[in-house]
Design a binder for this molecule. Structure first.
Ligand code: PAF
Length: 284
């Protein structure tokens, strides 16, 4: 079978032009937004997208807007060439890899771009989001917030995370103009927030949530797993195990949410983990 080499687009105007010309030819477009360092979870989103649309765009962009200064923006793993190899090997391949340098560069910061076009040499350092105050009003000051759903759970320990995600996904939707967009349910709160945003802001985009893909030992696949030592990985397995145990108990008629929640917390703590939160909530 012939392999498909994706077109690599780094410029947002070029990306929009490509999408519009394809749509003018009656083609449907699926978007798989990622931050790169791709794993089987991402590839399963692409495989699923193939059943839904004719063309696939994968975006690879580590969004500084969703990291607070204390988080791991500078150490977030990346391997662009490895990612392209994986994308070429997916059955059906992908049509475009959208790999912008800085989605918060509005052309008033000439030092932030080193060249243009595919395969550009990129600055090593990842830029932080330029706020309007830092750049005398020339930076970025518009944020999308899903006010109720962004509060609590992951939003408690990562206060800027969801506004950064909602904003960058809005930008990607406006640039790529897809028919369908794929998200993993591993990031369940993120998925619910994006569904709500699409409904509330009338995006004409179908959002698909895909099931979690796990390694053989049961750990949910995540680009950040590369940072785990074998001991940490072992501790992390207690998350899936304790959730499964509570699910089983609930299915057998245990209906006390407090007890179910406490048994998850206890099992993770016993394995040596520190729990940010465990909550049982309605998905809406
Ligand atoms: O889930 C992710 O990888 C990111 O949060 C996303 C949706 C690509 C936005 O940067």
């Amino acid at each position: 079978m012939a392999v498909k080499q994706p077109v690599i687009i780094t410029d947002k105007h070029e990306m929009r032009q490509w999408s519009r010309s394809m749509r003018a030819q009656g083609k449907t477009i699926g978007l798989v937004p990622t931050m790169g360092y791709l794993h089987e979870g991402h590839l399963s989103l692409i495989k699923e997208a193939h059943d839904l649309t004719q063309l696939i765009v994968v975006s690879i962009y580590v969004n500084p807007g969703q990291f607070s200064p204390s988080e791991d923006l500078s150490t977030y793993p990346s391997d662009f060439n490895g990612d392209i190899k994986k994308l070429v090997a997916v059955p059906g391949g992908v049509d475009v890899v959208f790999h912008p340098h800085n989605l918060y560069d509005y052309g008033n910061n000439s030092s932030s771009r080193i060249g243009g076009g595919g395969g550009v040499k990129r600055e090593e350092k990842r830029e932080k989001v330029v706020s309007c105050l830092e750049e005398k009003g020339l930076g970025h000051e518009t944020w999308v917030r899903v006010e109720r759903l962004e509060k609590g759970m992951c939003g408690k320990s990562r206060p800027v995370f969801f506004r950064g995600v909602a904003t960058v996904v809005t930008k990607l939707f406006n640039i790529v103009e897809p028919d369908v967009a794929m998200f993993g349910k591993k990031d369940y709160q993120q998925w619910r927030i994006i569904c709500r945003m699409v409904r509330d802001l009338d995006f004409a985009i179908e959002v698909i949530g895909s099931e979690i893909v796990r390694d053989n030992d049961g750990l949910a696949m995540s680009s950040r797993n590369v940072h785990l030592s074998p001991e940490e990985r072992d501790k992390a397995l207690s998350i899936n195990r304790s959730l499964l145990k509570s699910k089983c108990a609930a299915e057998k008629g245990q209906v006390n949410c407090g007890d179910l929640r406490n048994s998850v917390i206890q099992a993770i703590q016993e394995a040596g983990g520190r729990v940010d939160y465990a909550e049982i909530v309605d998905q809406e």
